[in-house]
Design a protein. Sequence first.
Lengths: 603, 565
Amino acid sequence: MAALSSTHCRSYSPLQSSSFGPSSSSSSSSSSSNLGHFQRVSVSSVPKRFLAAKVYSLQSQTKSVARMQDGAVASTITPIENETPFKKLKDGLLSVPSPDECKDAVGFGINENDSTVSITVVGASGDLAKKKIFPALFALYYEDCLPKHFTVCGYARSKMTDAELRNMVSKTLTCRIDKRENCSEKMEQFLRRCFYHSGQYDSQENFAELDKKLKEHEGGRVSNRLFYLSIPPNIFIDAVRCASSSASSGNGWTRVIVEKPFGRDSESSAALTKGLKQYLKEDQIFRIDHYLGKELVENLSVLRFSNLIFEPLWSRQYIRNVQLIFSEDFGTEGRGGYFDNYGIIRDIMQNHLLQILALFAMETPVSLDAEDIRNEKVKVLRSMRPLQLENVVTGQYKSHTKGGVTYPAYTDDKTVPKDSLTPTFAAAALFIDNARWDGVPFLMKAGKALHTKRAEIRVQFRHVPGNLYNRNFGTDLDRATNELVIRVQPDEAIYLKINNKVPGLGMRLDRSNLNLHYAARYSKEIPDAYERLLLDAVEGERRLFIRSDELDAAWSLFTPLLKELEEKKIIPEYYPHGSRGPVGAHYLAARYKVRWGDVGVDQ
Amino acid sequence: MGLSDSSKNPCQKSLSAQILKWASTQCCFFARCFLKFNLRLDFGVGTAGSPLAKKHIEPRGKKGSLPFSELDNVESHLSITIVGASGDLAKKKIFPALFALYYEDCLPKNFIVFGYARTKMTDEELRNMISRTLTCRIDKRENCEDKMDHFLKRCFYHSGLYDSEEHFVELNSKLKEREAGKLSNRLFYLSIPPNIFVDVARCASLGASSENGWTRVIVEKPFGRDSKSSGELTRCLKQYLAEDQIFRIDHYLGKELVENLSVLRFANLIFEPLWSRNCIRNVQLIFSEDFGTEGRGGYFDSYGIIRDIMQNHLLQILALFAMESPVSLDAEDIRNEKVKVLRSMRPLQLEDVVVGQYKGHSKGGKSYPAYTDDPTVPNDSLTPTFAAAALFINNARWDGVPFLMKAGKAIHTKRAEIRVQFRHVPGNLYKRNFGTDLDKATNELVLRVQPDEAIYLKINNKVPGLGMRLDRSDLNLLYRARYPREIPDAYERLLLDAIEGERRLFIRSDELDAAWALFTPLLNELEEKKIVPELYPHGSRGPVGAHYLAAKHNVRWGDLSGEDS
């Protein structure tokens, strides 16, 4: 049922979840069957992209279901209209090896003549908007993933004409390397759909003007509206208030994407959530964590749950430790103002790394639906011990001269106070006190201005009990254990370190990699995380967005530590710009009998 | 028991008496122990504790010269006699392997190689003949010519009959001359037809055994045609040789990836939990050659593919694959476990076997002959050139898991591999992504023995992109890419092991018996009932019957799945 409703749900879930529609949709729980059904429906637009071959065999049943729901929800869909896109979809499903997975855009076809999506980028002149959001929207358009009727509207305080916005946007648009044809044409078409509206972020009036403009473009069709808040957190609520009260859709859905920071600690985060919820329902809020949109993070669940060989190993019985590693090879470079107020723990650990940890460690969800997955993630977070100060090492980079070039210290950044204690590096040991993970250290490490740019998950397995080849390793069993590495960036790859015999007449063992290098296997460009997340938001797929209770649970793990760091004015360990980070990270690891896998000899 | 070398063991002369006493009942063990002991001295490891402690550790290939230079202290001398020196195997494999060992400094300082055959030939002629097949390691060409010359100077020839004790006595005196009073160790490699194995063993044992060192005899397959003839051969050999003097070679066991099989299993945490009926759905052992008998079917026709490949090579690999964890890596411990596997297996049933024979085939204007077109093969021969079989191990670990074997000549590809197909994921969340064919979505571990040694693990992963499409990809390790060094030939390893007295890769008599016991009833039935093999075109993928056999046991051959065939 989930599989088949998935083929249709996208068409009406938008209708249903209109914020001003009948109050059917609070998706925080699935207790009522009505609700449960609805959630499944709204969520399972993902499987649409799954290209399930099974779907079509159940076609007739599906149709009747759809009709029934159509009747209940909106009368705009006639059975005939219903038929065509379904066939198209079926074709898409059957051509499994087709590289064009955006065929599912036909899913929009059901409504294509009467619904429209307006995407408003609030803070359109900002960096993120220019570098990520507009290019991602264009890529989606380019791949035929956006509905037929859509408009993109930039909103900011600067005065600008539509042409100026288009000019600005056009500078950052790029085409997929592997499909250059028609690119300029497509760009033209895309830019013609882009508009600009200048206004204050806290002015209901200005948003009402925006609403009017949007209505013009919507031309009487069912109106779905997505607001992307690419603005500083202190004006989140103002913008949400204005957008919600003056520019909400009258007959479709209205969704709001917000980016981190979601507060600085439990209290401020809760206040923000409370503020947002004055104007938005839980299922209208899309908290983005762009790390969750990364290809290999998506693949993590696939690896675990669709391969027999990993699940038996996925517990304290076989896994010795898990390492989540993030590093950047540059500092704040004159833009430390925002960062200094947050620090690396809030900026990277509490969200990106913790989210990956939760995905990694969660129990098998009932299904792949957003609520099922997020329920499991919350369980992991709630099973974790809040971080203790002694399980954390913080660092800050200092200046370093190498080969005649001097790299600045963090506090050399003009936007950073000279006496700042804000950590630019942190390592932490976390524990999940549940049956699966009891005693297994989860080590996190994140830093700026390190020697390399890297994001990866490392799973170190235990040693082989009673290893027959023990003596071949000498005494260092640590170096002889298996390790699974999921490299998120750069150069996406999965590899498994195994012990094998060095070819030759002797019996010498060696660690080799069983590996899958994405660039070699998949020549296609891997889409940017923002593309996936924007598409998901348009489709109402919430799997990769953070629910309020997840956010609360995440903050409650980190808040006590963050407070203690600040109250006790803990001085970070200094490390040279471009180095491997403070050595304290090694001592922290050693305390839990772990050796960082990324700075070993044979990484 | 003419050749027992137990009482006058070299070790007693030179080295730690404690260790020697400890092992004093196992004569041949001494030599190995002795070598290793020297090794241990080289590496500065004390003598205390168990003499076994570092037995398999040291890289013989690289540092092999060390123990032997130590050995010089006790003045030992190794004589390797190739009986049947003018034969094909000797020329193509044995002499080149010996040269490679010499080239890599793996042979003792004092050694000679003697060719023995009926042909009249001078030493020079032998050297001339051998020199044509010697090659140098691709990655180490320097001094190769020099080394070849040195090696050839150590090669001699003696002409004689295979059943003449007298001629072997002459050989003995020649060997003695070369040994010049040193401790003499002698290795005989019987590269001759099986019907004269026993004659040669008798003559060599009575006429040319070492008096103060060890004497070992390497024999190659065929070891009989069935339980009875194999039992008879063993009984006859044992009249002249002790069990530990007999080295039955199965050159497949010397292949790099077969050696690696145990390392993978026992030195990695991640495989052992999966290694049972709980996770493994079936195991496939596949061997194919892309050529037929090509005028040399005389020997083959009286044996057939089952005896030639399955009963030995594939069954040995199966036993290594399926055995329980041995107490140690010592030869006896490993062979004990292998025998246990073989003895837990059901003898093969006719209905679990498909036999085939290749027929003529024209392709692109070229025609390929049928098996029976071979002039050395009777026109009405029913000998299988292809066979597929399903075997079962009735023990706790493997109950119900089909082990499928397939071996054939004149198939479209040359290949030897082990495929492990895992079960499907129970309650797979991504089920709908695979449609209904769960078979295509299971994990598979492939150990490719040849060509292009490789290990790969098929996993399901997400196709990068905005959709959620799953795909099978390989986590792989291609040996050529990882290890640019040339991989030694199986014969090199096996010869070196025989010299060192390492028996791990040789087949013990009880193993051989157990192996024959599995196949003999079937072989008899095939012959008695004159089962007609299914004909398949030369160069094809083999008879389709193999698929039906697989289907019967819910298996799909991994090598013909289209993905990587």
